[in-house]
Design a protein around this ligand. Structure first.
Ligand code: BGC
Length: 457
């Protein structure tokens, strides 16, 4: 495999999100986000570990130089809404703006193109207390935020993603991470309001930024793997899961409307929130779709009497689906990535695709030799990247329009509710030793690959 297999204009980058890396949770006028609040209220393993996270807010210059030294040409990062608009709505913080301008300037100094996500799940807590994504007001709050961001940062950023994986974020609401009680109704309401907000925000940004800005949005891609797919139950369950995890988020944006009739429990709630004209308002054509792939969703039949048709995720993947799993317990199945790229290639939401996240957590160990050299031998992660990149190359060879690939993540960071434990980074962060950074073997593999060395030779 050679980087030329991906074409000469292909974007190579690494990704991260504000809350997972920045720290400085109350600096620059910033107010708490829903994740700060969750960390402060024992909803995050390890507690308030997001307060400092990996201190990107103070170390970004070194981190960006390190990313550039590995050969990457792009850095995907997200903006913290409560850092930029501490009140949630209204006035923009000049200190917040200044912080991000410095970050983008440092990206450019290091030859990294910033790819910026407006929203990676960190709603201002004050807005959550006013109903958050479960209220329709969130559509207007978000569109206003997008418009403000475009006005204050549009001159230094050319590539935008409106939102990160709305399906996962709806899932947080379903599980009750911010409200304590699980609720399917909340899941559907949050999903619908996010969809309306993404379309409206994209229109508002376009108005401010004009035709030159590249505006995409990202979605989690979950191929559904089901036992007994060929039975009546299997095919029905497969369509219901595909609706709940993929189609109800993507199809309305693409102008296809909701996939009514595939998931009755979801339909029942959707009917109470979708108003006349919403499916048109949700439609927007993006410049690219960000595809985020980690694993297939394995589903088996629920052993609950009366709910025979309700698929539930197994706690552990069934043996037959279990070649290798990551430290998250996720199935490693590289072919899932080319499957979703091929499947979404023709989706009306966007003509072009970019893999905006792909990566894995493994149990990494830092070794220090007698000379003090620090190494992390993460052969499994290197294998993960190699095999997944081979799938991207094969999709491109078949004519699928994929323009870039972002590894998740550039460094270990705070994995939401799971805190510091899962390590997704190409760079190891030593939490016991002043957050010291050490590039793992997988990072050095990328460095060789991106320098043009044929890694199969
Ligand atoms: C999210 C990241 C997260 C990663 C691994 C993606 O769903 O966008 O923020 O860390 O998955 O779980």
């Amino acid at each position: 495999m050679h980087r030329d297999d991906f074409g000469t204009d292909f974007t190579w980058g690494v990704a991260s999100a504000a809350w997972q890396i920045e720290g400085a949770w109350d600096s620059h006028d910033k107010t708490p986000s829903i994740w700060d609040h969750a960390g402060h209220h024992r909803r995050v393993s390890g507690g308030a570990v997001g307060d400092d996270a990996i201190d990107f807010a103070h170390r970004f210059r070194d981190d960006l130089a390190l990313v550039a030294s590995l050969g990457f040409g792009a850095k995907r990062l997200s903006l913290s809404w409560p850092r930029l608009i501490p009140g949630g709505t209204g006035e923009v913080s000049s200190r917040g703006v200044e912080f991000y301008r410095e970050v983008f300037e440092s990206c450019r100094t290091n030859g990294l193109e910033p790819w910026v996500t407006l929203y990676h799940w960190d709603l201002p807590r004050s807005l959550h207390e006013r109903g958050g994504w479960a209220t329709r007001d969130a559509v207007e709050w978000f569109a206003d935020y997008a418009e403000s961001v475009a006005s204050v940062l549009g001159d230094v950023v050319g590539r935008w993603m409106i939102a990160n994986e709305p399906s996962m974020h709806a899932l947080h609401h379903l599980l009750g991470v911010f409200d304590r009680t699980p609720s399917l109704t909340r899941y559907v309401r949050v999903a619908h309001h996010q969809t309306l907000a993404i379309a409206e925000a994209a229109r508002r940004m376009r108005k401010v930024l004009g035709e030159d800005a590249v505006i995409g949005t990202t979605h989690q891609a979950l191929p559904i793997w089901i036992r007994n797919e060929n039975t009546a139950w299997g095919s029905r369950a497969s369509r219901a899961w595909d609706t709940a995890m993929n189609r109800m988020f993507l199809d309305p944006l693409g102008g296809l409307g909701y996939p009514w009739g595939e998931a009755p429990l979801i339909d029942r709630v959707l009917r109470t929130v979708v108003r006349d004209g919403d499916e048109d308002a949700a439609t927007h054509r993006f410049d690219f779709l960000g595809v985020q792939y980690y694993q297939p969703q394995v589903v088996k039949r629920a052993p609950i009497p009366g709910l025979w048709a309700l698929p539930i995720p197994p706690l552990r993947p069934p043996k037959s689906f279990q070649p290798v799993t990551t430290a998250m317990g996720w199935v490693v199945e590289p072919s899932g990535l080319s499957d979703v790229l091929r499947r979404w290639a023709g989706h009306p939401v966007a003509e072009r695709l970019v893999v905006t996240e792909n990566g894995a957590a493994f149990r990494d160990e830092l070794t220090v030799d007698a000379e003090g050299n620090r190494r992390v031998h993460d052969a499994l992660r290197t294998w993960y990247y190699r095999t997944h990149l081979a799938e991207v190359a094969s999709a491109i060879a078949d004519g699928v329009p994929v323009d870039g690939y972002f590894a998740w993540s550039y460094a270990d960071n705070i994995e939401w509710m799971l805190g510091r434990k899962p390590r997704f980074g190409l760079v190891y962060v030593d939490y016991d030793n002043d957050l010291q950074r050490t590039p793992k073997d997988s990072a050095l593999w990328f460095q060789r690959f991106l320098s043009g060395i044929d890694v199969d030779a």
